[in-house]
Ligand binder design. Structure first.
Ligand SMILES: Cc1ncc(COP(=O)(O)O)c(C=O)c1O
Length: 427
């Protein structure tokens, strides 16, 4: 884990702090939150007070505009305050609220029906939750409950959230170690290595939890045929396949869901982030019906007060419909961005080692963590937000909004070229 403090201090002063110096900023905001956290983000060059946001842009409190190429991992894939999603929320708020966690409603019914239609095959039963990690936790409980087994296999260096079961799949390090001991019977497998999975999966295994692409760490794309082989091994042993689609879903890989990218149907699909439309916290586990069968004798085994509100159901339905509408544009848009990124990065081989792309997800490998984080800070100073891996400073990722227009692609590429040019050693 790189020490990010101090990185980007050169730009720490440039962006909207509502007239505050960096020290004043940390003092003013740090005292009410976690001062270490504020200092850490400040050290990366993000001395930032949020202002309004619209479409692919957000502003700081002083009106400086930033192109959002992170979209909070896909939360803002449809853009900030997407007008269709916003209208659905405003319409719902005129007459509705959360509703009850015990009752059904037309809104909840329509959302569940839409999820059954737009997810593959026999994924047709929806269980509502609020956050990604809560949904991951639920999927693991469902796997254990429905199989009567306990072992969970998960991929190394994957991120699935910070709640109990999700945290038990976290790579060792500062985000996890302080909370040990975690939930027992979680075993790591090597991401993308079918032989490693084959050597560990057995009739003890309740579930294998995977992403279609390992998003948080490095954007690693597994070899062709890997997910198909995982599916086969799960079928052979009776283990459930859980697809974490918190980032890979909702159009991110150019397909509706990450599992569609590989043509594989999981037993459970977990969606969050973009499922909220960036407006209202929503997540869900969509399962094959048999995963919920064991609930029969006690249907309220697990409940959550805010899960699946009526307002949220309208928002998520609008987000699903918008995503579906945008799918045809994602191939050409991703191709255009990819071609531009490649033609620029090819000119800076000392800085950029390689680029990976799956649909609308890009991971750029820099020479080292200092260079990667320097690029992040340089782009931010130039008015573009990209993101570093939480585990590796040398990997910078792009999660472009799915509504990006050609002119904004060109603007991004211009700024990328100019930041890399400034960073390149003079020959
Ligand atoms: C792949 C993946 N799964 C699960 C989660 C957890 O989602 P949340 O932050 O909503 O709990 C995240 C969050 O970044 C994620 O990237």
């Amino acid at each position: 884990m790189p020490d990010r403090r101090g990185v980007g201090t050169a730009v720490a002063n440039v962006r909207g702090m509502a007239g505050l110096t960096p020290t004043e900023f940390v003092e003013r905001y740090g005292r009410y939150f976690n001062v270490e956290r504020v200092e850490a983000i400040a050290g990366l060059g993000f001395m930032f007070v949020e202002g309004p946001a619209e479409g692919v842009w957000f502003e700081d409190s002083e009106g400086h505009k930033f192109l959002d190429m992170w979209c909070m991992g896909g939360t803002f894939s449809l853009g900030h305050r997407n007008p269709v999603v916003l209208a659905a929320a405003q319409d719902a708020l005129a007459t509705e609220d959360f509703g009850s966690l015990f009752f059904f409603s037309e809104d909840k019914g329509r959302l569940a029906e839409k999820l059954a239609q737009c997810t593959p095959g026999r994924l047709e039963t929806t269980h509502p939750t609020v956050t990604g990690a809560e949904a991951i936790d639920l999927s693991i409980k469902l796997a254990r409950g429905s199989t009567g087994r306990t072992e969970i296999l998960y991929a190394d260096h994957s991120y699935h959230g910070c709640t109990g079961f999700a945290l038990s799949m976290m790579a060792r390090g500062s985000m996890r170690d302080y909370a040990e001991p975690l939930v027992p019977d979680f075993t790591e497998v090597c991401f993308g290595d079918a032989a490693d999975l084959a050597s560990k999966i057995s009739e003890r295994t309740a579930a294998v939890v995977l992403e279609a692409v390992r998003t948080d760490c490095d954007g690693a794309i597994p070899p062709e045929g890997y997910l198909t082989e995982v599916r086969r091994l799960c079928d052979e042993t009776g283990a459930k396949l859980i697809s974490d689609e918190v980032v890979c879903g909702m159009g991110r890989l150019g397909t509706f869901w990450g599992c569609d990218y590989w043509g594989v149907e999981p037993d459970m699909l977990v969606t969050a982030k973009g499922f909220s439309g960036g407006i209202y916290p929503m997540s869900a586990v969509v399962t094959r019906p048999e995963c919920l069968d064991f609930f029969g004798e006690s249907p309220y085994r697990t409940i959550s007060s805010f899960a699946w509100s009526n307002v949220g159901a309208r928002v998520s339905l609008a987000a699903l419909e918008e995503t579906e509408r945008l799918l045809p544009r994602l191939g050409p848009l991703g191709d255009r961005l990819h071609a531009g990124v490649m033609s620029i990065t090819d000119r800076f081989p000392d800085l950029v080692l390689s680029v990976r792309r799956a649909g609308m997800l890009f991971a750029i490998d820099f020479a080292d963590a200092g260079t990667g984080l320097g690029f992040l800070a340089g782009m931010f100073a130039a008015g573009v937000l990209v993101v570093a891996s939480s585990q590796r400073g040398d990997v910078i990722k792009l999660y472009p909004p799915l509504i990006l227009e050609d002119a904004e692609v060109d603007l991004f590429l211009d700024r990328m070229e100019s930041v890399l040019s400034k960073m390149a050693p003079r020959g």
